[in-house]
Design a protein around this ligand. Structure first.
Ligand SMILES: [Zn+2]
Length: 864
């Protein structure tokens, strides 16, 4: 809708921009510097026009070749091998001395041992290092186009204000945190331009493995892009301010700027919010000044969860900001009817004027250019404010870091011993903490990791090494709490199944510690190296990679189905037996495991393992869980292939695969290729191009059943269990299938489960484990006839009080005594249902084992 008043606003803002440009005196800029539109030969920001990441990269190279105000740092290759670049933009003088400013930023980030006057001096001398990241969510693409125009204005601008800002600030500008996805989106967009699919979503993830969850990876650091940006931020540059630019839905406010909404994590330093709110308010101010309506703060996005880019940064004493601008259909304008505008989110229940939203956008046409203009004004306000408050910002980082140091005990450490169930995973946790930028020490004598509690990132440590209790944020007294933005638990020791203890060390013990080094891993142990059969514990995750590597080389690997004794040593059921291993010492070291040479054949029943052929189902409603699962399978060298709807419908399933793995995808998506709308929501569903529409249908369901009846194994994760329960005739029900969210809600918490350790799927698991739960699933089994067997693998405690380990849950009593995982035999085949999330976002390493075992079980003969 293009109301007359809207047209007037457009004209005024166009006039305003042109005034700014002439006042800025771009005419004086070096004539060799071209604008993005001149350089690329397209009208950047025009409707239906997008520059792809390769063009953007070439434009930034052009700027770097034409100006001494910009340098390009290559952060490294992305997952698909593109270069991820970061532009460093500042005054020529600052760039000459950038090493000095980087050193100052580092010293202020870790001010231990410095006097107040030294800190003050560093704050006076230093420059504000401001990181701006764009487009981590590739379809939120406006910022990639804006970044070019912004960089041009900063590099070419000859006005005093631009120069002043660049004297005070070193801007680190990342035009896309997801270059692979940016390229995918633009190629998809161009392909369907002018068709009925124009601007629609892609049938695959916009990050090769993790899609939208690339912004859920910032403490776990699994993906290349996350690792590269984390390294640049927390090991190299130590920015004091980090703005991450996103887009949101089309029918709410036009832009979110900080302040954030509740809840606020109590472990965060309160000083964080003052500069963040100041900068956010400056953004809102400058937007309003330029007649941009629809600015909101205190909305939807809370300050509680550490999984995102700038969110994690809060726990590392960095002022993290977020902007979210209303979306268009990639580069195709949208027209929003006034009645379609809606609130419905924390901070704006109804779409109307209120204090945090004083000037609602009235509706009308919204274009890519609008997104870019809003983002540009907010980005400029960021530079302006950081330039104005440079010294305070630098000093405040040191204040927060010092307070964090003081919050710990100088003699107290988080201790991670290698004397535990899964030493390589324990070592991984220590290295992960180091990779996050925290200080980790190592005792070469006791081979133990020690993490000081008194250090600048102390709050980050207590957050990810402790447990969470989600605060009671309510809209109205007496009502249910507001649902959290994302998950509510991120306790790494629980999720990874690693024992972490607090320990005070004597001064003498402290002298035996040194900084953690790259190769401080468990070295592996070999006992009785001349034996021909070796026993390996099933308790470590790395043994899975060992098994798969050996099977790929056609070596003999089996699993003992009963406990056995060898000399004085006893081995539990599930112990892995390997033959002819070459040099056992090399093997032990490269997998960080213990190999026990056996004096004789164990003489118990053992199942030979096969190199199982895994089919991982991939729906065209792109599933992040599919991507994460794929990533995990690759890390452990499983022999897998993706299958799509046509493959499931095809005849060859049983001849090509031993096991079909259904990721956490709802039944409706599997069967019909569409999500079922929630009550009261529109049934409208925009189709994908025909080759990507539909699901496996009745035909596919029938085929899957036949696959299992004839000897195949079907493993279902999370909500895919409902598909198996409904389509297969099994004595299992999901008692929460129809529960409302006000009856049971567990949006991502860590719960206690009891494990039955005697089954091939639970080999190597402890009797009690921490299970990650984010779906409404609780199984009740019943007694079957003789044609099948069922076995509860994991179950929730009898007492609701004992269920929650970390996070938040409503209706825990509905889980009492219910099963969390079930294995069945069915015809000649097998079914495994995991109601909890065994491999959630590649973070729950403590329960990976059950997924791996389920896949290996597919290759085992079962006595019938
Ligand atoms: Zn986003």
């Amino acid at each position: 809708m293009n109301t007359p008043s809207r047209v007037v606003v457009r004209r005024i803002s166009a006039l305003f921009v042109s005034l700014l440009v002439s006042a800025g005196g771009f005419a004086q800029a070096s004539s060799s510097i071209q604008t993005p539109s001149q350089f690329l030969g397209i009208e950047v920001g025009a409707d239906r026009t997008l520059a792809d990441y390769r063009q953007i990269g070439s434009y930034f190279k052009h700027l770097a070749a034409s100006s001494r105000r910009i340098e390009i740092e290559n952060l490294g290759p992305t997952t698909l091998g593109n270069d991820m670049i970061m532009a460093i933009i500042s005054s020529e003088e600052n760039l000459k001395n950038k090493e000095r400013y980087r050193e100052i930023a580092h010293k202020l980030a870790d001010p231990r041992g410095r006097s107040q006057s030294e800190i003050d001096q560093l704050a006076r001398e230093g420059k504000a290092i401001v990181l701006v990241t764009c487009d981590i969510h590739a379809s939120e693409i406006g910022s990639t186009q804006m970044a070019m125009e912004w960089a041009y204005a900063l590099v070419a601008g000859q006005d005093a204000e631009t120069k002043r800002r660049l004297e005070n600030v070193i801007l680190l500008l990342v035009p896309s945190l997801n270059p692979d996805g940016q390229i995918m989106e633009v190629e998809w967009y161009r392909k369907y331009l002018g068709t009925i699919y124009e601007g629609g979503r892609m049938p695959w993830l916009y990050h090769h493995y993790v899609g939208h969850d690339n912004n859920r990876d910032w403490y776990m650091l699994t993906q290349k892009e996350t690792k590269a940006m984390n390294r640049a931020a927390f090991l190299n540059w130590f920015p004091q301010v980090w703005l991450d630019e996103h887009q949101m839905g089309s029918t709410g406010p036009r832009i979110f700027v900080p302040p954030f909404s509740s809840p606020v994590s109590p472990s965060l330093h309160p000083l964080l919010w003052r500069p963040i709110d100041q900068i956010g308010t400056s953004m809102a101010w400058r937007l309003e000044e330029q007649r941009k309506s629809g600015v909101i703060y205190g909305y939807s996005y809370d300050a509680y969860w550490p999984g995102g880019t700038m969110n994690t940064a809060w726990w590392k004493n960095c002022f993290g900001l977020l902007t979210e601008v209303a979306s268009v259909r990639l580069a195709t304008p949208v027209e929003v009817e006034p009645g379609e505008l809606s609130g419905g989110s924390k901070g704006l229940i109804e779409y109307r004027q209120q204090t945090n939203f004083p000037n609602p956008w009235p509706g009308g046409v919204w274009r890519l250019r609008d997104i870019m203009d809003y983002e540009r004004i907010a980005s400029d306000a960021l530079l302006e404010t950081c330039s104005n408050y440079r010294e305070s910002i630098l000093r405040d980082v040191a204040i927060m870091a010092m307070d964090a140091v003081k919050s710990g005990d100088p003699y107290e450490y988080y201790k991670i011993s290698l004397e535990q169930r899964d030493p390589p995973t324990a070592a991984r946790l220590a290295h992960l903490i180091r990779e996050n930028g925290a200080e980790v020490l190592f005792s070469p004598k006791t081979r133990t990791y020690y993490i000081p509690t008194a250090q600048p990132y102390a709050k980050f440590l207590s957050e990810v090494l402790g447990v969470q209790r989600y605060p009671m944020v309510k809209m109205v007294a007496g009502q249910n709490i507001l649902p959290p933005y994302d998950v509510t638990a991120w306790s790494l020791p629980l999720m990874m199944g690693v024992q972490v203890e607090l320990e005070k060390l004597s001064a003498e013990a402290e002298r035996g510690l040194r900084p953690l080094q790259e190769d401080d891993w468990p070295t592996g142990i070999v006992e009785n190296a001349t034996a021909s059969v070796f026993a390996v514990s099933h308790e470590t995750n790395t043994v899975t990679r060992l098994i798969n590597d050996l099977l790929r080389k056609k070596r003999n690997v089996s699993v003992a189905r009963e406990a056995f004794q060898d000399g004085a040593r006893s081995f539990p059921a599930g112990t892995v037996l390997i033959e002819s291993v070459g040099d056992p010492a090399v093997l032990a070291k490269s997998y960080s495991i213990e190999l026990h040479g056996l004096s004789r054949n164990p003489g118990v029943s053992a199942s030979k393992l096969r190199d199982v052929r895994v089919a991982l189902y991939k729906p065209w409603q792109a599933s992040m869980d599919e991507g994460w699962t794929r990533w995990v399978l690759e890390q452990y060298n499983f022999n897998y292939k993706n299958i799509d709807n046509n493959n499931v419908k095809g005849a060859a399933l049983g001849t090509q695969f031993d096991v079909v793995l259904l990721p956490d995808v709802s039944k409706d998506v599997i069967v019909d290729g569409k999500r079922k709308p929630e009550e009261g929501q529109s049934r409208y569903f925009q189709d994908l191009p025909p080759e990507y529409s539909g699901g496996i249908g009745k035909e596919g369901s029938k085929n899957l059943k036949e696959f299992v009846e004839k000897g195949g194994t079907l493993v279902a994760l999370g909500s895919a269990c409902d598909f198996v329960i409904d389509e297969f005739n099994i004595p299992v029900v999901n008692t929460l299938a129809r529960a409302r969210s006000d009856e049971f809600n567990c949006p991502g918490s860590i719960l206690r489960v009891h494990i039955d350790p005697g089954h091939p799927v639970t080999y190597g698991m402890p009797q009690e484990a921490a299970a990650f739960v984010n779906e409404r699933i609780a199984f009740r089994t019943s007694v079957p006839g003789p044609e099948l067997t069922r076995r509860v693998l994991a179950s929730y405690p009898d007492d609701a009080e004992e269920i929650l380990l970390s996070g938040w849950i409503l209706g825990a009593e509905r889980l009492e005594r219910r099963a969390a995982a079930v294995a069945l035999t069915y015809g000649k085949g097998k079914l495994v249902l995991f109601g909890f999330r065994v491999q959630h976002r590649a973070q729950t390493e403590g329960t990976y084992r059950m997924l791996f075992n389920a896949l290996q079980w597919a290759g085992m003969e079962e006595p019938r």
